[in-house]
Design a protein around this ligand. Structure first.
Ligand SMILES: [Fe+2]
Ligand SMILES: [Fe+2]
Length: 270
């Protein structure tokens, strides 16, 4: 099974990248299932119903998220209309809306997509290690397990990789918006990348217009951040997973720069 995982889509710029490229990538790479992180989908902050439906129309099958999912109250409408397609981090305290995992059936193979969130340099929510341990045990019968670990610290992500080694198909990091070049497959068949990156404007500070972010760092006063528009790029990871045992056969970064023609892999895209 071939799965495309798209790094955090940031605002209108990110959605435009998807519109221009996603169907072509699905066709060329024979993708069976598309997962995207949508925490920054609408104006960089959270998700609204019409923007969510827009990216579904481009070919996204499932969405993970993170700390920014709560920025726009309209998440309620998305959770209500698409409860099986949108996933928020599992380890928020009980009673928080939405769900932390969802099961999909692709070509008669079941997969579970789970979203967890780190606690290092982030909100001190429930323990992601304990939460995912319980979730994996609960869904032991599902062979293919995809995990989006939305976290800031590389150490927390690496610790989670070794905690989950041999128990999940892949652990994909999100949240930093900067793609790392450390993709690997452990001997147990669990694949990993510290961060899948960002889909949106790269002439920016992680997707937002530069000047307001610089002013914020200079003064520590609040500034209104707006989505940047230039140098549009697509960051993702393509996974090939063995349906029989859930192990990753191949993990590859797939990146596209809209300024250039065609699709290239990894560093060659830039
Ligand atoms: Fe993000
Ligand atoms: Fe985030």
């Amino acid at each position: 099974m071939r799965i495309l995982f798209i790094g955090d889509i940031v605002g209108k710029s990110g959605r435009r990248v998807l519109k221009e490229t996603l169907q072509k990538i699905i066709d060329e790479d024979k993708i069976d299932f598309v997962i995207a992180n949508v925490e920054n989908l609408s104006g960089g902050f959270g998700v609204t119903l019409n923007k969510f439906e827009e990216i579904l129309s481009y070919g996204v099958d499932a969405a993970t998220s993170g700390n920014h999912i709560w920025d726009n109250k309209e998440y309620e409408k998305v959770f209500e209309k698409y409860p099986d397609k949108i996933i928020r981090p599992l380890n928020y305290p009980s009673g928080v809306p939405g769900k932390g995992s969802s099961i999909f059936e692709i070509n008669s193979n079941k997969i579970i997509v789970i979203n967890i969130q780190g606690r290092t340099f982030m909100e001190p929510i429930d323990c992601p290690f304990k939460a995912i341990d319980d979730e994996i045990k609960k869904y032991n019968d599902i062979i293919i397990k995809i995990v989006d670990f939305h976290a800031e610290a590389t150490s927390e992500k690496r610790a989670m990789l070794h905690f989950l080694s041999g128990r999940v198909s892949t652990l994909i990091g999100t949240h930093t918006h900067v793609q790392t070049a450390d993709e690997e497959i452990l001997e147990t068949g669990t694949s990993y990348i510290t961060d899948a990156g960002m889909t949106g404007s790269f002439d920016s500070v992680i997707g937002m217009e530069k000047n307001a972010v610089i002013s914020h760092f200079l003064t520590k006063l609040p500034f209104r951040f707006k989505v940047a528009n230039d140098d549009l790029r697509f960051n993702s990871v393509v996974l090939e997973i063995n349906e029989k045992d859930g192990k990753t056969l191949n993990i590859k970064r797939k990146n596209l720069n809209l300024k250039k023609e065609g699709v290239a892999y990894g560093q060659k895209a830039y």
